[in-house]
Design a protein around this ligand. Structure first.
Ligand code: OAD
Length: 235
């Protein structure tokens, strides 16, 4: 990484690779989630309309599973950077687990939603949720039995895009960690950041689809690369 003295504002994009070493399946690896399940069956509004039981069961299982997992050294290093970095910092995560927060990070934005909220399609309230939805519980706010996972499905708009673009506009450094660069708009952030003048760094197990777009790309497990990079940043 070039001289860090002129870096004040950082945007970090994380993907499934940051949670892989905590035992949470990634999506596109061999044996990953999208090999075990068809996206069109479980992760679209149409799938939910067609077969709500299948979709709710899929997310209930995932919600239960993430609660048994623990943050790994990559989450912990990012939480340390969040605590100690005096400039602006935003961790934009595509992950729907809460491992960044459980490691202690505070400046986290879940652009694809979170497993740990239920969203009421009747009154629009979002309620913290740890149990199941398959049994069609009532919304704690309005009492309607219209809760769905608060997870962004294919064909839906990711959350807080305005806030993300405003952080990208201010960013001196954009870092992408553990994401394949296969899903837009997140996959486009590196181009946006570069066009807006930021330096760009990728930390990923292997070369990704978009590696050539970064100023620098480092390959290896997040549990090693992220603590090393955070040490460099904090000096
Ligand atoms: P993917 O499964 O597409 O990619 C995971 C990336 O992490 C790959 O590039 C792996 O090489 C890398 N990786 C795996 N293990 C790693 C490790 N230990 N250390 C570092 N890198 C590692 O997951 P995402 O890019 O997060 O969206 O997928 C993006 C979106 O597609 C998800 O948020 C989800 C999915 O469909 C929705 O459901 C809307």
């Amino acid at each position: 990484m070039a001289d860090r003295s002129d870096i004040r504002n950082i945007v970090i994009l994380t993907g499934a690779g940051v949670s892989a070493e905590s035992g949470i399946d990634t999506f596109r690896a061999e044996g990953g989630l999208w090999e075990q399940h068809r996206v069109e069956d479980v992760a679209t509004p149409e799938a939910f309309a067609r077969d709500p039981e299948l979709v709710l069961r899929f997310y209930d299982m995932r919600r239960e599973a993430i609660q048994t997992k623990q943050p790994n050294p990559a989450h912990e290093a990012l939480a340390r950077l969040d605590r100690e970095w005096e400039g602006e910092l935003l961790i934009v995560t595509q992950n729907v687990d809460d491992l960044h927060e459980r490691a202690g990070a505070r400046r986290v934005l879940h652009m694809h939603g979170t497993h740990l909220n239920a969203w009421c399609t009747a009154c629009d309230a979002r309620s913290p949720w740890r149990g199941t939805l398959i049994d069609r519980p009532a919304c704690p706010e309005c009492g309607e039995k219209a809760l769905r996972p608060d997870v962004v499905w294919f064909g839906e708009m990711p959350y807080e895009m305005d806030r993300i673009f405003s952080a990208l506009r201010e960013a001196d450094l954009f870092v992408s960690i553990g994401t394949s660069g296969a899903v837009y708009p997140a996959a486009g952030f590196v181009r946006n950041a570069r066009d807006l003048g930021a330096r760009t760094l990728e930390l990923n197990l292997e070369a990704s689809q978009g590696s050539h777009l970064f100023d620098e790309s480092r390959h290896g497990p997040a549990s090693v690369l992220v603590p090393e990079w955070v040490d460099e940043m904090l000096g």
